[in-house]
Design a binder for this molecule. Structure first.
Ligand SMILES: CC(C)(COP(=O)(O)OP(=O)(O)OC[C@H]1O[C@@H](n2cnc3c(N)ncnc32)[C@H](O)[C@@H]1OP(=O)(O)O)[C@@H](O)C(=O)NCCC(=O)NCCS
Length: 179
């Protein structure tokens, strides 16, 4: 499968909502703790993605997707800009999701590299994320050079209702002292 990583504008993002819903529902069905309980209704997934599209329109969110050779979205990640006036250099990395049918192909690395590049180009050189402790993504972020800050127990729920801890990571994209 040849895959293209794309940064979407508002119009493109809206057109991708059905595919993005499929990716999100597939991840939740697979047990990923990404903000939703199971089963995730398609209408709730669509409402979520339409909110992300609004964020893209307001220039508060960067939405990247991985598209397969048929133009179908099979993976995604977001950068959410910190909006506080005293954090102009910071952003949150959010919702790294790869459809189960497209895992193990290196898409998460390509999505993360593209997201980090886009963030850095906009002066957002300190990135923060949280991820479910003990799940595969935790080890993958470390593999990608993110620094573990700590663990918060019982932070959220898995889609089946069990509590899960969250691990906070950060990554500096510029040397210490950069302003
Ligand atoms: C986490 C997720 C995005 C990974 O997507 P993926 O594209 O299948 O990732 P890959 O399997 O290609 O692995 C990416 C890299 O991590 C490495 N890796 C995979 N599992 C690993 C592990 N357990 N420990 C360390 N490294 C690991 C791979 O070798 C690969 O490294 P490389 O690029 O140097 O070859 C995907 O599993 C997913 O969508 N999970 C559900 C949603 C989720 O939990 N998202 C995180 C929300 S914070």
């Amino acid at each position: 499968m040849s895959t293209l990583i794309r940064l979407l504008n508002e119009e493109e993002a809206l057109a991708c909502v059905p595919d993005l819903c499929d990716v999100l529902c597939d991840c939740v069905d697979g047990g990923a703790s990404v903000g939703f309980m199971s089963p995730l209704a398609p209408a709730d997934a669509a409402a979520y993605w339409k909110g992300v599209v609004s964020g893209v329109r307001r220039n508060e969110v960067l939405l990247l997707v991985a598209e397969d050779d048929a133009g179908r979205v099979v993976g995604t990640v977001q950068i959410g800009f910190a909006l506080k006036p005293n954090q102009p250099h910071r952003a949150d990395l959010m919702k790294l999701l790869v459809h189960r049918a497209a895992r193990g192909l290196g898409l998460s690395r390509r999505l993360m590299m593209a997201a980090e590049r886009e963030a850095k180009e906009r002066g957002r050189w300190l990135l923060v994320l949280d991820t479910a402790t003990g799940e595969p993504a935790e080890a993958i972020y470390e593999h990608f050079g993110w620094v573990r800050s700590g663990v918060i127990p019982d932070y959220a729920l898995f889609p089946d209702g069990r509590y899960c801890a969250t691990t906070i990571f950060y990554k500096r994209l510029a040397p210490v002292g950069h302003v």
